[in-house]
Design a protein around this ligand. Structure first.
Ligand code: F6P
Length: 326
């Protein structure tokens, strides 16, 4: 079927954890669709909104003033109802009732898997990778990552000031959900003495205690340790560091601050480009795609490929970080 000749309505939704830049993507989808003569609809709270028909008309003005706003004006959710048996079919049925011919899904890994199920149920879907974790295997980059690492780095800079004043060791937990990308990049950017990530099986004695002693011996007086969430109990580890080394230590969990805030220029630009590309793909009659960054270019790839690919961890950068942060 030629999508453009037969259909004129696409819906956009955000799903899973929010990420800065999602609003820029929504804006691009809506305005690019209108420019192509396609009617854009907004769906609130992800796949939940499809199932419950929480769907509304969007216009050029409903996306005014959002390019620089964090969060998502469409709200977001993780939907157990959609994930349950029969959920995707129910959502597809609602789409047909409301005459939605294609859906742009903005979200992470789980959202892409959800989009595949909706696509398999007969509603063409195109996904934009949107997650601060940058763990979508098929794309070098996902919307929100740059803002998150900049926020985390700014926070760690502030912690460094006080760690330096007191000759302390600061242990900082960053987000990432089983993926060390945020940790390694913020670790490099903030000159962390040690970085603990799930991709490297660390030894507390060698990678933390010995490193602290070694860098202390060559003149270091304050220390930053960046830890990816879920790896260790940071409070307990911090106490252990004080007990073992005598260095006064404090723990900070950065938490959801990393998910909020105005998106960086990079996130706004990538989101805008991906949003337009998604509409382009749908308007050409091609569902079942993920918009990705490959070799710094915006491309579209098959959703099946996207969910089976494996994301390599930047071990070279990780090793370099440790060589220079002494
Ligand atoms: O996937 C984004 C993310 O922020 C992860 O880094 C983190 O593990 C998770 O979401 C936290 O989810 P929630 O919003 O449910 O606390």
């Amino acid at each position: 079927m030629n999508f453009l000749s037969e259909c004129k309505t696409i819906a956009v939704l955000t799903s899973g954890g929010d990420a800065p830049g999602m609003n820029s993507a929504i804006r691009a989808v809506v305005r690019f669709a209108i420019a192509k003569g396609i009617r854009p609809l907004g769906v609130r709270r992800g796949f939940n909104g499809l199932i419950h028909r929480d769907i509304f008309e969007m216009s050029i003005r409903t996306v005014s003033d959002i390019v620089a706003r964090g969060g998502t004006i469409l709200y977001t959710a993780r939907s157990p109802e959609f994930a349950a048996e029969g959920g995707p079919e129910k959502a597809a049925e609602r789409c047909r009732e409301v005459k939605i011919d294609g859906v742009v899904v903005i979200g992470g890994d789980g959202s892409i898997k959800g989009a595949k199920k909706l696509n398999d149920s007969g509603i063409p879907c195109v996904c934009l990778p949107g997650t601060i974790d940058n763990d979508i295997a098929c794309s070098e980059y996902s919307i929100g990552f740059d803002t998150a690492i900049n926020t985390a780095t700014t926070m760690i800079d502030k912690i460094r000031d006080t760690a330096q004043s007191h000759d302390r060791c600061s242990v900082i937990e960053v987000m990432g959900r089983r993926c060390g990308n945020i940790a390694v990049q913020t670790g490099v950017a903030s000159g962390a003495t040690a970085i603990l990530v799930p991709e490297y099986s660390f030894d507390f004695e060698k990678d933390v205690i010995e490193r602290l002693f070694f860098t202390q011996k060559i003149g270091k007086r304050h220390f930053i340790i960046v830890v990816s969430e879920g790896l260790v109990h940071v409070d307990k580890m911090t106490k252990e560091i004080t007990a073992r080394t005598g260095i006064d230590s404090r723990a900070t969990i950065l938490g959801h601050v990393q998910r909020g805030g105005s998106p960086t220029a990079r996130d706004r630009i990538v989101a805008s480009e991906m949003g337009c590309h998604a509409v382009e793909v749908l308007s050409e009659g091609n569902g079942g795609k993920v918009i990705a960054i490959k070799n710094n270019k915006t491309v579209d790839i098959k959703i099946e490929e996207a969910i089976t690919a494996e994301k390599p961890f930047d071990m070279k950068l990780y090793k370099k970080a440790l060589q220079i942060s002494i």
